[in-house]
Write a protein that binds this ligand. Structure first.
Ligand SMILES: Nc1ncnc2c1ncn2[C@@H]1O[C@H](COP(=O)(O)OP(=O)(O)O)[C@@H](O)[C@H]1O
Ligand SMILES: [Mg+2]
Length: 247
């Protein structure tokens, strides 16, 4: 695809003490692109996501969003966080707030929307993720798959330029995984720019423009899903695929 860069990392390095957790990571994610990140546990996938919305500072290199360097702190950083939505394995919903309140909160606080306007937008988004009838429930009254769809609606409510997903289905019972992946597939079809850390290879094959394979803090492969799954180049990727595709 013609690349209109939205997220760009250049020679990014990060350490946790002695551990060199991101090693010269360079990556361009084009607008509307869906990039799936896979790799063994501990390879730096979560740290990569967290660096992109600056939940983690980096030691060197540059990260830009839509041509702008990531802000260091304060109001600009809060705005960045709202422009790059993040969906985690644990849904992180406020337990004592209703589904509707969970989705409207950030719109009012960060986007400065009026409550009515925020609630209207929240209901539209709940409809989009198939939960129109759950607005007044509390998170604990929903299944894991439903809670994760609320978390996605909450991220979308900020009108993000991109969404980062860090193993969004890993905490779910198997029968709920698909309802979440289906919402993500629809977002991909609608042109949302997405970076998705996942072990769901079916999703990678069907929705990703590119697959990044990470090992030991490096991007070892960056290929189309077709190329990656049929002809992985590195021994690390071959070994990883043989392990996960067995079950
Ligand atoms: N806050 C932290 N402090 C120290 N080490 C960390 C921290 N977060 C992650 N690590 C280490 O960094 C490495 C990469 O972690 P992570 O990015 O979570 O990998 P992945 O998501 O691929 O499993 C791991 O060895 C992990 O133990
Ligand atoms: Mg992780």
């Amino acid at each position: 695809m013609a690349v209109d860069p939205l997220i760009e990392l250049r020679d990014v390095n990060k350490y946790f003490g002695e551990l060199h957790v991101l090693q010269d990571v360079s990556l361009t994610v084009g607008r509307g692109e869906v990039v799936v990140v896979i790799g063994p546990s501990g390879s730096g996938k979560s740290t990569l996501c967290r660096a992109i919305n600056r939940l983690e500072p980096v030691a060197s290199g540059t990260i830009t969003l839509d041509g702008q360097p990531l802000p260091e702190e304060g109001r600009d950083l809060a705005r960045l966080r709202s422009e790059v939505g993040m969906v985690f394995q644990s849904f992180n919903l406020f337990a004592h707030k209703t589904v509707l309140q969970n989705i409207s909160l950030g719109q009012v606080k960060v986007r400065r929307r009026k409550k009515d306007e925020a609630d209207r937008r929240s209901r539209e988004l709940l409809d989009r993720v198939g939960l129109a009838d759950q607005a007044d429930k509390y998170p604990a009254q929903l299944s894991g798959g439903q809670q994760q769809r609320v978390a996605i609606a909450r991220a979308l409510a900020m009108d993000p330029k991109a969404l980062l997903f860090d193993e969004p289905t890993s905490a779910l019972d198997p029968e709920m995984i698909n309802e979440v992946l289906e919402v993500m597939r629809q977002l991909a079809r609608d042109g949302m720019t997405m970076v998705v850390v996942t072990h769901e290879m079916g999703f990678a094959r069907s929705a990703a423009n590119r697959v990044l394979f990470m090992a030991d803090g490096r991007i070892v492969e960056d290929r189309t899903p077709e190329e990656f799954f049929t002809h992985p180049r590195s021994d690390r990727a071959k070994d990883f695929l043989s392990k996960i595709l067995k079950h």
